[in-house]
Write a protein that binds this ligand. Structure first.
Ligand code: ADP
Ligand code: ZN
Ligand code: ZN
Length: 747
């Protein structure tokens, strides 16, 4: 971080003009002058400025040359003596603004913790820890002073002021010892030393040959930017490799950042890091369960180097560091790394950019790498290392496909699946039944006239939920009571069709009344704590059936699960989204990977109506690696990412015509070598009473795509300013639009 201290402006030198990014949806930066009595804000520091009748907190981005014709408005106040955004983060923000076509002021607002954004004072809250100086002599001290020294000794040489006071020692005794230089306030840096000592005491597994080889290969390039993909099957010990790399980085006094998909759902990961590297001062997590002030504290401590390892979800990639030495992106294929609103960034891609700019290594780890990442590895941009075996002798599970055509199913489960369940439960094991659909049933219909209950505000069906009985739209969230009369024919033959996790749970509890059922989906696990509760039940280890959605697929280690049943392999593969096969193969592989991760070997049963589906067959026959290479071939032929760069422009309005006209206007001005698909209705054409249209753009190179989108963006501002035809349209109010670079979801 630059330590540029503010200078008091010298009035004789004239006025300083600064260029400020404010959090509004406009591209432009705004010039303000610094009045002579005010501090000159540092680059990367916050200022309050007047802005069309309001006061905004902005970031001073650069000094501006003086324009003799115009004197801009004055800033109100410079809030920071030193920059709160380093040059490195500011440059990253500029890059993101450019790459994702999002105003710099709003990018910066995304990066800053809430309290910083609001202009509040930024201060690290630190508990005062008093420590004994080495080589002190307690002999000729006053009795109370001697007692305090004794107390500190019993606490391993140090205690917080709170603890000291709780023992009945007054501040004056502390002060007396401090003045005699027998005790001192501990500096935060000392945490490192402690952590490494703890690390030496912790049990560390002996790595197997594969792990040793991978680590050796990574270490061949210990300094500078190197990107490495570790493609390792589930349970192959990838995390152990991260831990070793992180340890090496910490020993050099540097920091490490670990990005994970959803930390609240995988408390195991965090506790593993904490066990290895010691208490909270060293390992800190950043996730959505934190309060604003907790988030700010981590932010500040990471910035000044007090926190050595930060583990966090998507937005943790925007944390400031004093001296970052390594980035790990675990489960790099996971869709949660991509933000789907506002600043639509991919934390994985931003991580790669950040590592490159900092000249540090980055590790991507997954059992099911994203096709983009595999392609980067194939092009030689990333090193590609493999872990093909599970650690400590655990075997990969046996996979069986169950052809359910023409079979009678019990709540969607075939006889064969039920037999397998019985067998595994009877031998004292646990089973996991995976179904990626929450609720009781996805369809509620009238069996006499065929009417289907749809959402009034969206073009989608409503899902039936039980306990309490209610119909829910999974797109807009609205709810309606369940009625037993058809809205079209007044008939009373209403029934639910299809399966959700609630129905599966209910059916299984009837078939296996003795066995505890543990359901895990977004309806009944909403927080870190609820997840931990369910995990604790699972970890008791007694026979149980776990029923759940993709929440169960993510990085969990369930040592007693030996059977994984996938109820419906088809729906994912059949979706029209071009990423659907990739996503489904990843999900199936990840869920299957929960089986037999410990000594006991595992079985996976996959039910399908389409045993000949090419994607499914290739996945089962050749594993994810083989499937992915085939799928890459298909993408190449169809000229889809990663072989072309993609942008998605979305527009929505209450009257569909506005959104579609808007996109057509943009399409008319496009010329040059760009593939343009649309404008078309979005796959879900209406959500929450807004009609949605989209325009897909594909270009052979990123540079070309960027040029085109830049021009389109200019057109959008011209339309907004009323310079082209759609004068009456009130963009931003009735019509909303967005640009999504490297979109993940195309619906
Ligand atoms: P992955 O991240 O590839 O899914 P993990 O790193 O979680 O795999 O490893 C699975 C389990 O095996 C963990 O409990 C871990 O502590 C343990 N483990 C890792 N490496 C070894 C090893 N070489 N020997 C024994 N156990 C190991
Ligand atoms: Zn009817
Ligand atoms: Zn709806």
């Amino acid at each position: 971080m630059e330590k540029t201290h503010a200078k008091i402006a010298n009035p004789r030198q004239g006025t300083t003009i600064v260029r400020v990014a404010v959090p509004i949806p406009l591209e432009t930066l705004f010039d303000y002058s610094v009045p002579p009595h005010s501090d000159i804000p540092p680059i990367g520091g916050r200022v309050t400025v007047p802005f069309s009748g309001r006061i905004l907190v902005g970031i001073c981005v650069e000094r501006s040359p003086k324009d003799p014709h115009e004197k801009p408005k004055d800033i109100i106040e410079s809030l920071d003596i030193r920059p709160i955004l380093s040059k490195e983060l500011l440059d990253l923000a500029k890059w993101m603004s450019n790459y994702y076509f999002y105003p710099l002021g709003e990018v910066l607002a995304t990066i800053l913790p809430a309290q910083a954004r609001k202009g509040q004072k930024l201060e690290i809250k630190r508990e005062e820890v008093w420590r004994i100086k080495t080589g002190y002599a307690a002999s000729d001290r006053a009795p109370r002073q001697k007692e305090l020294l004794k107390f500190l000794e019993t606490k391993g040489g140090q205690a917080t002021l709170k603890e000291i006071k709780a023992e009945g020692f007054s501040s004056s005794i502390v002060k007396a010892l401090s003045e005699k230089q027998l005790i001192y306030i501990k500096l935060p840096e000392e945490t490192y030393v402690k952590a490494l000592r703890i690390r030496q005491e912790a049990k560390v597994p002996v790595m197997n040959e594969e792990q040793v080889a991978v680590l050796k290969n990574i270490n061949q390039n210990p300094d500078g930017f190197v990107a490495t993909l570790i493609e390792g099957v589930t349970g192959s010990g990838k995390t152990e490799i991260y831990l070793r790399m992180i340890e090496a980085v910490c020993l050099k006094g540097k920091q490490a950042l670990v990005l994970v998909p959803e930390i609240a759902l995988t408390p195991q990961t965090l506790s593993r890091f904490k066990k290895r590297f010691g208490p909270s001062g060293v390992v800190t997590s950043l996730h959505s369960d934190l309060s604003d002030s907790e988030r700010l504290q981590t932010w500040l401590k990471s910035e000044n180097g007090e926190v050595q390892i930060v583990i966090g979800t998507r937005s943790a990639i925007l944390t400031p560091f004093k001296d970052l030495g390594l980035i790990v992106v675990d489960e790099e294929h996971d869709s949660s790394f991509k933000q789907n609103e506002g600043l639509r960034y991919s934390a994985r891609d931003v991580a790669a950019k950040r590592a490159q700019d900092l000249g540090i290594p980055i590790l991507f780890g997954s059992a099911t790498p994203a096709l983009e990442t595999l392609n980067n590895a194939e092009k030689g941009l990333y090193d590609h290392l493999h872990l093909k075996k599970r650690v400590a002798g655990a075997k990969l599970p046996r996979v069986k496909v169950i052809d359910i055509r023409g079979l009678t199913l019990k709540a969607g489960l075939s006889n064969e699946m039920l037999k397998a369940l019985e067998l595994h439960l009877n031998t004292g094991n646990q089973a996991l039944i995976f179904l990626n659909r929450r609720g009781f049933a996805p369809t509620y219909l009238c069996s006499s006239c065929g009417w289907i209950k749809t959402c009034r505000k969206c073009d989608s069906k409503m899902t039936l939920h039980r306990k309490p009985d209610v119909l829910v739209c999974h797109h807009c969230g609205c709810k309606e009571p369940v009625r037993s009369i058809c809205e079209r024919c007044n008939g009373q033959q209403l029934k639910s069709l299809g399966l959700g996790t609630q129905r599966t749970e209910e059916a299984l509890s009837e078939i296996f009344p003795e066995v505890p059922l543990i359901r895990i989906d977004r309806d009944n696990v909403k927080s870190h704590l609820q997840m931990q509760k369910q995990l604790d039940r699972i970890n008791e280890g007694t026979p149980a059936i776990l029923v759940g959605t993709q929440m169960l697929a993510k990085g969990h280690h369930f040592p007693n699960v030996t059977l994984v049943g996938i109820v419906d392999a088809d729906s994912g593969f059949l979706s029209s989204d071009f990423r659907a096969p990739e996503r489904t193969a990843q999900l199936i592989t990840q869920v299957a990977g929960r089986a037999g991760r410990a000594e006991r070997s595992g079985d996976v049963c996959i039910q399908t109506y389409q045993p000949d589906n090419l994607s499914l067959r290739s996945l089962i026959k050749n594993g994810y690696g083989g499937f992915a290479r085939k799928e890459l071939g298909i993408r190449k032929k169809s000229r889809l990412p990663p072989y072309q760069a993609m942008a998605l422009i979305r527009a929505e309005s209450e009257k569909g015509i506005e959104a579609s006209t808007f996109l057509s206007e943009l399409t008319n001005t496009i010329n040059g070598d760009l593939e343009v698909l649309g404008p078309v209705e979005a796959p879900i054409a209406r959500i929450d009473n807004r009609y949605r249209y989209q325009l897909l753009l594909l270009a052979t190179t990123r540079a070309k795509l960027h040029d085109h989108v830049s021009r389109i963006k200019l057109d959008i501002s011209r339309i907004s300013n009323g310079n082209i035809s759609m004068r009456k349209m009130k963009i931003g109010r009735t019509l909303k639009w967005s640009i999504d670079i490297d979109p993940y979801d195309t619906f």
